[in-house]
Write a protein that binds this ligand. Structure first.
Ligand code: HMG
Length: 391
């Protein structure tokens, strides 16, 4: 893609929750060997939303610094990707639009396909900018991962939001053609409308993910994509960070390469640092990995990054991006590190109380306690309406 037509990620911002449950605390409660969590699945802790936090408050917290830096004049579209939707009809992005004071001349829509839809949002945004280079699209991916207490998936819960400003002549990462796509009708992980927790066939879901890696990569190379050796780093969807290791090992083997631990760590090491602390953030997860890579790796100028986005059910996409010269001066590394290190540790009892909380469905007034330290909060549910406010 010639430089003058480059489109990609112009700004990237990550937000997470007020609270954190460590895997030491979880293991002490359920009697697991903590090494299963730290080494076996590669997780240290999980973000847990406070009573007045959800996908909207995290999304607005992630997007606010972007709007503060770039203004609202060129943002004509918000695409909000989530599988933790707060309403079956209204797009969560409209709450964010309102909290951030965006102009009424804005298109707002919500997308769903498990963890994959953040990437669908990014690709749709690129299409819109292609049509009109003067426009910018605010892409938001925000999710809270929740399994039943005691389910093997419990240790892979987490929460985070990523906001990305997609524009022409991006300051961070140019996104390239082609993309490799893969879809298979499979029930590896799903959440029926009547449930608040996901259902999953854990081991089946790992096989499905690996099959999708192969399929998306094959389509990518069939369409004239780069070769494996062209890439400096790979960002994978990370339901738990060990999954990125498994996926990369699988891709290296599939391509006939040696899959020694050093090669895997060199390619994906930096991408797992934030995810190991926040847990699975579904749609946001791969882009949390990108933030960690850009924030923590040595200079990546002009280097190619491979992206493998996976969403159960299942859809996957492999695509490439190139890091733009000067990108480091546009990063929000300190903000990201502070968001993660500033979370407050909670004990198992508090985690359980939050996990079991649900609003009454009687249409009454149900304010929630003030807990978040973020810039926006959920004030409560009043007459079946979720009301948000600045903190
Ligand atoms: P499990 O079955 O309890 O764990 O839960 P396990 O027995 O398979 O052990 C996990 C790993 O820890 C294994 O390593 C063990 O050997 C190791 P592996 O063989 O896989 O390399 N281990 C230990 N290591 C060190 N010391 C020890 C020890 N004990 C065991 N003492 C499972 C694992 C992934 C099944 C569970 O966490 C789960 O169900 N998670 C949810 C589903 C999931 O994350 N699937 C991933 C692919 S699907 C996906 O990514 C999409 C998703 O994000 C949803 C979406 O798209 O919306 C989930």
């Amino acid at each position: 893609m010639p430089e003058e037509f480059a489109i990609g990620i112009h700004d990237l911002s990550v937000a997470t929750t007020r609270y954190v449950l460590t895997h030491d605390t979880l293991a002490a409660h359920n009697g697991s060997d903590v090494a299963k969590y730290h080494k076996g699945i590669g997780q240290r802790s999980m973000s847990v939303p406070a009573a007045d936090e959800d996908i909207v408050t995290m999304a607005a917290a992630a997007a606010a610094p972007i709007v503060a830096r770039h203004g609202v004049d060129r943002i004509r579209t918000i695409v909000f990707a989530t599988e933790t939707s707060v309403d079956q009809a209204k797009a969560a992005g409209i709450h964010v639009h309102s909290l951030l004071g965006l102009p009424s001349a804005t298109r707002v829509v919500e997308l769903k396909q498990a963890c994959y839809s953040g990437t669908a949002a990014l690709q749709f945004a690129i299409g819109l900018v292609h049509r009109d280079r003067s426009q910018q699209v605010l892409v938001i991916a925000s999710d809270v991962s929740k399994y039943e207490l005691g389910n093997p998936g419990e240790a892979t819960q987490g929460a985070a939001a990523v906001a990305m400003l997609v524009s022409a002549d991006p300051a961070l990462v140019r996104i390239e053609d082609p993309s490799g796509m893969f879809t298979a009708d499979i029930m590896d992980f799903w959440r029926p409308n009547y449930r608040t927790t996901a259902l999953v066939d854990g081991h089946e879901s790992i096989s499905a993910y690996l099959q999708a890696v192969e399929g998306a990569w094959k389509d990518y190379t069939d369409r004239g994509g780069r070769t494996l050796d062209d890439f400096t780093a790979f960002c994978y969807h990370q339901p738990f960070t060990k999954m990125a290791h498994k996926a990369h090992r699988h891709l290296l083997h599939y391509c006939g390469h040696d899959a020694d631990e050093d090669a895997i760590t060199r390619h994906i090491g930096h991408t797992t640092t934030y995810n190991a602390e926040v847990g699975n953030s579904y749609t946001a997860s791969m882009y949390v990995g990108l933030a960690a890579l850009l924030d923590n790796a040595d200079d990546l100028t002009d280097q190619a990054i491979g992206f493998l986005s996976y969403g159960s059910g299942s859809v996957a996409e492999f695509f490439a991006g190139t890091v733009v010269p000067g990108y480091r001066s546009h990063l929000r590394s300190d903000m990201h590190r502070d968001a993660i290190s500033g979370r407050q540790d909670i004990d198992y009892a508090k985690y359980r109380e939050i996990h079991e909380h649900s609003f009454p469905v009687d249409g009454g007034d149900h304010p929630v306690p003030r807990e978040t330290t973020g810039p926006y909060r959920l004030a409560g549910l009043f007459g079946h309406k979720r009301i948000y406010e600045p903190r």
